[in-house]
Design a protein. Sequence first.
Length: 151
Amino acid sequence: MQVLIKIIQEHKYGQMLGMVLRIGLGLLFIYASLDKIWNPGLFAKSISNYRILPLPLLHISAIILPWLEFLCGLALILNKYPRAANAWIAGLLLVFIMAVISAMSRGLDFNCGCFNVNEATANLGFGKIAENIGLLLCAGFLELQFRTNQK
């Protein structure tokens, strides 16, 4: 851990990597939000497939979640409140990981609704969990960078 912090603080590549991760994560979350923003009804159906949320929370979640993804992605790209945006993204990723694990443990298999709510293929699985863990690690690296830059 100390080695990683030293790289972030002292090497230009650590700073460059942080910038690339910040912008990349921001672009990814903006991209992920667009189809959901344009198709809130289909996204509500994707959320309902997880069988986690009660009906009263389903539609409001389908409206708020994509805009939260969009705004957090935009904040990361513009470097405005990046620490808060990154924390929200990390929280969302944890929720996504838990939702996929929950669905898989109950034998559910459907389109996760992550990027394309129109897609009919089933894509829950360990690959989706690994993808989200990788993104969470990127958010963790950014948090380390934000903390070291603050000191």
